[in-house]
Design a binder for this molecule. Structure first.
Ligand code: SF4
Length: 784
């Protein structure tokens, strides 16, 4: 089940360059659009100039609080040599900046509301607990005792089903997720959720049903030397920048890299890896090939690949499927075979946007490969059929036997440093630490925790937010919402609706290091803001788990501290003890080490975490490969091949699909208005030139995208994207995304939609006539 083989540790890059991989013989990509690493680094040094020694200590001793590629100090487990990127440097300031100036903090709330989240972030850290009640124009300083007593009183006065917790993932440690998960259950609620609900929840759900696992089955080391490395709906070069170094290493070993995405992402085409001299100078060609699939067309493409494999098998048995693996380690091959052979190529072509010949080409490439790794991200998960997308990946991997051995595996690559651990620690309505939310696991945890866990199914964060609008008498009407970080106004579809939900909550608690636009929204009775410590400030340090299941220890780092900020785990347990003082010994921890000791018991995979005590300590749970030797942690040790139906793609005539992309940003935090990979700005709409011309739109022209949910005013930017598919930046594009459309199994919101595109001048000239109304009406009929 769990792998026995240990990770091999870091390997070395070749010393001599390979000019065949260069993007261009012109040094530094002069004249090309590309990230400016040196300039960005200089900017970060300037920003942190008041605290440089501390910044240096964080970088050299702490575990990165950026993405979940994972690194302790400047060394990782994949390659020797330094590991650092501009994403980490950009978020560094969150850790070194001083508190918000008091005068600004207590200024008129309407003035604060005029600031964007970027401007609010730049104000500095939250220094002490704050309160604001309806009608109050300013935040008031309150004491910790006052704050926690008020929250505790309110929690005692409501039904626990009316209480919900949420935790984001930037910087949050396993210790904090674990104590939050335990606190929620101690207070009688299972309404606890985390940021993976809007990124990778389908990955976990699908991998569980297909392979019995909930995490990456392999390591980044497996990329290096695998025959084929497929990035599916993932722009790892932008979101996990150091991954480009691993891609470079893979290319040097002859690995073919395939990118499947509607847009030919420039950063996956070629990249200038700053820490590798020849790449920094001449760039590295990354993708060997791009398959520009329709938004939502991945299931069709994968069915097309499998259909061709089974057709190859008819002609020449053994030419495509790894029968030994399939027969020994899976169920369901016959059903899957019938299902894909019955699909017709015309439908697969229309849905995927790719020709039969291209699908066969990919099928043959994968069939020839003896090893392969599939990496994916939100291009596959953020759909109302996200779980099906990922089960299709598992189908491909199992049919080729790419599971449980060297250079093979399935990897949901994560964007936030804490997110892998959040579910594993139980901060999720469907999971408890170490197992699913099911009777056997509930009883096991009750024994360990020594209190009863509520038996009812908790809500996901999307449902919890909407529950704020339920009628007064409803048992699940959300009255108290406790969020650690997070900015729902800028991450969930339909921001106006989210604002209404936030305003309808009686008490909202924002435990955070900075203010954002959600913190400033009114609540019916009170908003309480609690100042949290960063992971580097927490006494006793903390751990975080990377995409490849490495659990890294990040020590407490000496440096300046914010007035009254407290460890997040300590805030949760202090609050819990105030709500139920009679049972407080069940929830109190003496220190962070005691939490780690309990985690090791609560989640058996994490046995080993209790030994992590100093800088550089790390272990990988589950060994190098989950499902090692093909044996899956399912009831009978076999994986499940699951036939997947094509989704119904709702694009009426004359509409375009639109999906969202990331620019110079770290999740919802924006660090630059211009996307360094293609020079687009935050309101650019990437559109294929032929599509634009067909509706009379010129490059750089102001356009409006609209549908029944909203209107987005932007500027056309011609780009190499699949025809009929547009890309807008996230979160700005969220105004177009329907609310309340959730994936069936993992409840991730749908982040794609269909829109009409019109020149801004025509749209605005007509807007006072019945024309626009009529168009919208027509659209409603078509879209329902
Ligand atoms: S790639 Fe990710 S883990 Fe590595 S330094 Fe950058 S943000 Fe941190």
């Amino acid at each position: 089940m769990m792998g026995q083989t240990k990770h091999e540790g870091p390997t070395k890059l070749p010393r001599l360059p390979d000019p065949k991989l260069w993007v261009s013989p012109v040094p530094f990509g002069l004249g090309k659009i590309k990230p400016k690493h040196i300039r960005d680094t200089a900017k970060v040094v300037w920003e942190n100039r008041d605290n440089l020694p501390y910044a240096y200590r964080i970088l050299t001793q702490g575990v990165c609080d950026g993405c979940a590629l994972g690194v302790g100090g400047l060394r990782d487990q994949t390659l020797t040599g330094p590991h650092l990127c501009t994403t980490r440097l950009n978020v560094l300031r969150l850790n070194t900046m001083p508190a918000i100036d008091e005068e600004i903090l207590h200024s008129d709330i309407d003035q604060l509301r005029q600031k964007s989240s970027t401007e609010l972030r730049q104000l500095g850290r939250i220094p002490y607990p704050l309160s604001r009640k309806p009608g109050e124009k300013r935040f008031t300083r309150i004491s910790w005792d006052d704050a926690l007593d008020r929250i505790a009183d309110k929690i005692r006065s409501i039904d626990p089903k009316q209480l919900a917790f949420y935790l984001t993932s930037r910087g949050i440690t396993n210790e904090v997720y674990y104590t939050a998960a335990k606190t929620a259950r101690f207070l009688g609620t299972n309404n606890i959720d985390n940021a993976s609900r809007i990124c990778h929840s389908p990955s976990k759900t699908a991998l569980k049903r297909s392979l019995g696992i909930g995490a990456s089955s392999c390591n980044y080391r497996d990329w290096i030397g695998t025959d084929v490395l497929v990035f599916w709906g993932s722009v790892a070069a932008n979101n996990q920048p150091v991954s480009t170094k691993y891609m470079y290493a893979a290319k040097r070993k002859g690995t073919k890299i395939i990118v499947i995405n509607p847009y030919r992402e420039p950063s996956m085409d070629g990249y200038w890896v700053p820490s590798i001299p020849d790449s920094a100078l001449f760039g590295t060609k990354i993708a060997n090939d791009f398959y520009q699939v329709n938004i939502g067309g991945d299931i069709a493409l994968m069915n097309g690949v499998m259909k061709h494999w089974f057709e190859m098998e008819i002609e020449e048995p053994g030419s495509a499927i790894d029968w030994e693996f399939v027969q020994q380690h899976t169920h369901g091959v016959e059903d899957l075979k019938d299902h894909v052979l019955n699909q017709d190529w015309e439908t697969l072509e229309a849905s995927s946007g790719l020709s039969r010949a291209r699908m066969e080409e990919l099928a043959r490439l994968l069939a020839r490969s003896k090893s392969g790794v599939f990496v994916w991200s939100m291009g596959l998960t953020q759909h109302r059929f996200g779980t099906d997308n990922i089960s299709q990946i598992a189908n491909l991997a199992m049919l080729r036997g790419f599971i449980g051995r060297k250079h093979c595996g399935v990897m949901p690559i994560r964007g936030h440093s804490g997110v892998q651990g959040s579910g594993e620690m139980g901060a999720d309505p469907f999971v408890l630490p170490g197992g699913d939310f099911e009777p056997k696991e509930i009883e096991r945890l009750e024994q360990l925790w020594n209190f009863d866990i509520p038996r009812w199914q908790g809500d996901t964060v999307g449902d919890s937010l909407e529950n704020a609008l339920l009628p007064e008498e409803h048992q699940r009407k959300l009255r108290v919402f406790y969020t650690s970080g997070g900015n729902f106004l800028e991450t969930m579809p339909d921001p106006d609706f989210v604002r209404q939900c936030l305003e309808q909550m009686e008490l909202r608690v924002h435990q955070d290091i900075i203010l954002n636009t959600s913190t400033l929204v009114d609540a019916k009775e009170e908003v309480i803001v609690l100042p949290a410590m960063t992971r580097y400030e927490q006494p006793g340090g903390g751990t975080s788990t990377s995409t490849e299941r490495m659990v890294y220890f990040s020590p407490e780092i000496e440096g300046p501290r914010i007035e009254e900020a407290r460890s997040e785990w300590e805030i949760y347990t202090d609050l819990a003890a105030r709500v139920k003082p009679e049972a407080k010994e069940q929830i109190t921890f003496a220190d962070a080490q005691e939490i780690r000791e309990e985690i090791a018991k609560a989640n058996p995979n994490y046995d080993g975490i209790q030994h992590l005590k100093k800088k550089g300590d790390v272990f990988q749970w589950g060994g190098a490969w989950l499902c090692e030797g093909g044996i899956c942690p399912t009831d009978d040790g076999r994986g499940n091949l699951i036939p997947i139906e094509l989704p119904e793609l709702r694009k009426p005539e004359g509409h375009f699909y639109v999906s969202t992309r990331r620019g110079k940003q770290f999740n919802s935090m924006i660090y630059g208005e211009t996307d360094p990979t293609n020079a687009a700005d935050r309101y650019s709409v990437l559109i294929h030139p032929e599509d634009a011309r067909s509706i009379g739109i010129r490059d750089g022209e102001a356009i409006v995208l609209y549908n029944r949910y909203g209107r987005f005013q932007g500027v056309a930017q011609f780009a190499d994207t699949r025809r009929g598919n547009l890309q807008v930046y996230w979160p700005e594009g969220n105004v177009l995304i329907p609310k309340g459309v959730y994936e069936e199994y993992a409840a991730i919101p749908e982040y794609n939609t269909a829109v009409v595109v019109e020149k801004a001048e025509t749209y605005h000239a007509q807007k006072d006539t019945r024309y626009v109304e009529k168009r919208v009406e027509e659209l409603e009929t078509e879209m329902t």
